[in-house]
Design a protein around this ligand. Structure first.
Ligand code: BGC
Length: 732
């Protein structure tokens, strides 16, 4: 079915992959797609977005909450679960339309056929609420015990983060714990309602609090348990323990049914606007819908000032940090459906301004240098030693934090996109302009004036291709710097016409007058590498073309260990032209209007064979530019690779010795970009919605909606044209 992800059979080797693939989440927390009887060994986790903790000497990472879905059964006093018994049948599925995880497992226990069915979700209507329905059917008279409660022995990569567990039993089972570093409180409470008589007792150990429900079932009987859960932490409530109670007290079967319904209604509305239907290619149709699902579940619809980590809410990898992934790869799709959500995300960067200023100052610069791996309030979690050498086991110095200065420009780019699309300038007056001006000021103090050439250069930087550190004049970075400075100057001038008092106040507050003048002076002297007049190639950075010219396949053969890191001081790629991900091509995609078709094509043809696609951010950009040059036949494979990344699980899970698995929301956003901005050629030109379809051969039609300036448009793209209908009329 086009909205049902289903896997049959049980293979323990897939547990980690399925934990990502079957994720349910609601922007506030993510529930890994593990099964109810699983624990930390199987990487079961409820990942809390935006709540971080650090154990001394280890990396700072997001906190996983105690797991209130933890449930298993005893059949005639014997534990029966996937960890103890081979199932007769097993199936796990995810309904994308209702964001609900299902499992159905049956066991043959002597002559008793026992079936466990469960469905669960993280409510989209009330993000602190989680719901579980657990059902057991037996074919023989059985003494059945359902053991369900809260497992506080959570999976951590750099933990343990929770201490000082407090437990309460009674109609509400509750576990409250405190984080190590900052003493944040996390509280999880649950109630259960059963449709059958039972005997109940509780057990607890240091980190586990369980309810044992004992039933005497007749042959053929089914017992159904409804569970409602509340999770609060101290970012959300001053008394997280107390905050859980009202949600749970007085829960009834009917109120739980209502909670399920409210959740489903939110999703129905969401899909009504965001769904995309590709006719003629079921695999692509499903993969894109799944990508959209992954994005929708992790987006902070409920709260402004939260953003989306690079691995979504699938766990603690990448320190649960927010990268440029959000602004450059996820925002485009959100912008076309829900500008309020984009504001939530941008607000996170506005709130991060104080720490971005501190970061710039710590390197001796002025202005705002945003965190490369950004945690709450913009705290930069990037380690100086991000990779461990597989041979010596020594941490390797990397310069992602110090030199990936394009991050400030990426944020400016996203702010400008938001304003261009929505025409909402209020965000600029409420902090957005400050971000832009401070980013420009940072570049002003970073740029190096080369007097003999009378130009400003960006020296000692790290572009998107992380394998080549500390390079000079990376085309992507320089272009983003130029863009930032031009945007700062132009937007300030334009806004000052409409809001003179407000803009004057901002300039005064930032003491920006002189810098504004300086920015105007240097704006057209910033050196951005240009296409060579003969080859039409843009050099990725100074000296790149002189490096050994080889391919990723050749480098792969040179590896002494498959987990070797390719970049850094002595990585196999460092002294070659092999790059990790789209870099110059990313720049040409963002500023495509400034390049001829021939220039785009020549650069694509040059860089693609030299790209490892070692980041999930890479394939979509090559796909997009392939569409722009009319080579949708080349673009198709990049689209599928991007759209299926979390379905196949085929992506890098190690960088050196470091586990980096999880979901890939940037690639999910990239899938939508290739399909809609690439194949359908959607663009806003002169305030008009325009389309230039160049569909892959297999695709007969693509139908989707966008919201632009408050108006919803139903769009259908065909090989020979497109139909745009302002709703309420439905067109397809
Ligand atoms: C990529 C970065 C990306 C990060 C998080 C890295 O492997 O090189 O561009 O931001 O992963 O997705």
């Amino acid at each position: 079915m086009k909205h049902l992800l289903r896997e049959t059979g049980y293979d323990p080797k897939q547990t980690v992959h399925f934990g990502n693939k079957f994720l349910v989440a609601n922007g506030y927390l993510g529930v890994r797609g593990t099964l109810e009887e699983f624990g930390k060994k199987e990487l079961a986790a409820i990942n809390l977005g935006g709540l971080y903790d650090q154990v001394p000497g280890k990396w700072r990472e997001p906190v996983n909450a105690p797991n209130p879905f933890f449930t298993f059964i005893r059949v005639d006093h014997q534990i029966v679960s996937l960890l103890t018994h081979k199932p007769q049948k097993h199936q796990q599925s995810l309904d994308l339309y209702t964001a609900t995880h299902h499992r159905e497992t049956s066991f043959q226990i002597k002559d008793n056929h026992v079936t466990v069915k469960a469905k669960r979700t993280a409510s989209a209507a009330e993000v602190h609420t989680l719901l579980l329905e657990y059902q057991v059917t037996v074919t023989k008279a059985t003494h059945l015990e359902i053991v369900t409660g809260i497992d506080g022995d959570v999976w951590d990569i750099n933990g343990p983060h929770l201490t000082d567990y407090q437990m309460e039993t009674g109609p509400i089972l509750q576990m409250t714990a405190t984080t190590q570093a900052k003493g944040e409180i996390v509280s999880v409470g649950e109630v259960v309602i059963s449709d059958q008589q039972y005997q109940e007792y509780f057990t607890m150990d240091q980190k586990q609090l369980l309810r044992h429900l004992a039933y005497e079932l007749a042959a053929g009987e089914t017992v159904t348990l409804q569970k409602q859960i509340a999770i609060y932490h101290s970012h959300e409530a001053s008394d997280p323990r107390g905050a859980c109670r009202p949600d749970l007290e007085g829960a009834t079967e009917a109120s739980i049914a209502k909670a399920w319904q409210a959740h489903q209604q939110v999703w129905q509305k969401r899909w009504d606007l965001t769904d995309v239907t590709i006719t003629g290619d079921d695999e692509a149709d499903f993969a894109l819908r799944y990508s959209l699902y992954q994005l929708q579940i992790i987006a902070p619809h409920h709260r402004s000032g939260l953003s989306i980590p690079a691995r979504g809410l699938s766990g603690q990898t990448y320190k649960g940090a927010v990268f440029w992934d959000t602004e450059m790869f996820m925002m485009p799709v959100f912008l076309h459906h829900d500008s309020r959500l984009v504001r939530h995300l941008l607000q996170y960067r506005i709130d991060s301004l104080p720490l971005a200023r501190q970061k710039a100052a710590s390197y001796g610069f002025r202005g705002a240098f945003f965190a490369w791996e950004s945690q709450e309030a913009g705290y930069d979690a990037t380690s100086d030693y991000n990779v461990v050498d597989v041979f010596t086991k020594r941490p390797q110095r990397t310069y992602f934090k110090d030199k990936q200065i394009h991050i400030s420009g990426d944020i400016v780019y996203a702010l400008k996109q938001y304003v261009d699309y929505t025409k909402d300038e209020s965000l600029l007056l409420a902090g957005g302009l400050e971000v832009i001006l401070e980013a420009a000021r940072f570049y002003l103090s970073y740029l190096y004036y080369k007097s003999e050439k009378d130009r400003y250069e960006a020296i000692d930087v790290l572009g998107p291709d992380e394998y080549h550190e500390r390079v000079y004049n990376n085309a992507y970075t320089s272009k983003l710097i130029q863009f930032t400075i031009e945007t700062a100057v132009n937007l300030t001038d334009a806004l000052a016409m409409r809001y003179p008092a407000e803009v004057a106040a901002i300039i005064e507050k930032l003491d920006f007058e002189e810098d504004l003048f300086a920015l105007k002076v240097i704006a057209d002297k910033i050196y951005v590498p240009q296409p060579n007049s003969e080859t039409e190639l843009v050099q990725q950075f100074d000296g790149y073309f002189q490096l050994e010219d080889t391919t990723a396949a050749v480098l792969r053969q040179r590896l002494l260990d498959p987990k070797e890191y390719w970049g850094g001081a002595y990585g196999v790629a460092s002294d070659t032209q092999v790059i990790k991900q789209a870099d110059t091509i990313m720049m040409q995609y963002l500023f495509a209007d400034e390049y001829s078709q021939s220039q785009l094509e020549k650069n694509w043809l040059y860089y693609e064979p030299r790209t490892e696609h070692g980041s999930s951010l890479s394939a979509c950009i090559y796909g997009l530019v392939a569409c722009m040059i009319g080579r949708q036949d080349w673009a198709y494979d990049y689209f599928m690779k991007t759209a299926q990344v979390d379905l196949t699980g085929e992506s890098k899970t190690f960088a050196g010795d470091l586990y980096i698995g999880g979901t890939h929301p940037a690639a999910n956003g990239g899938a939508w970009m290739v399909a809609i901005l690439g194949f359908c050629g959607l663009a806003i030109k002169n305030n008009q919605v325009t389309l230039q379809p160049r569909l892959p051969k297999k695709w007969a039609q693509v139908a989707f909606k966008i919201k632009y300036q408050g108006q919803v448009y139903q769009i259908c793209c065909f090989h020979d044209g497109a139909k745009i209908t302002p709703l309420p009329t439905t067109a397809c």
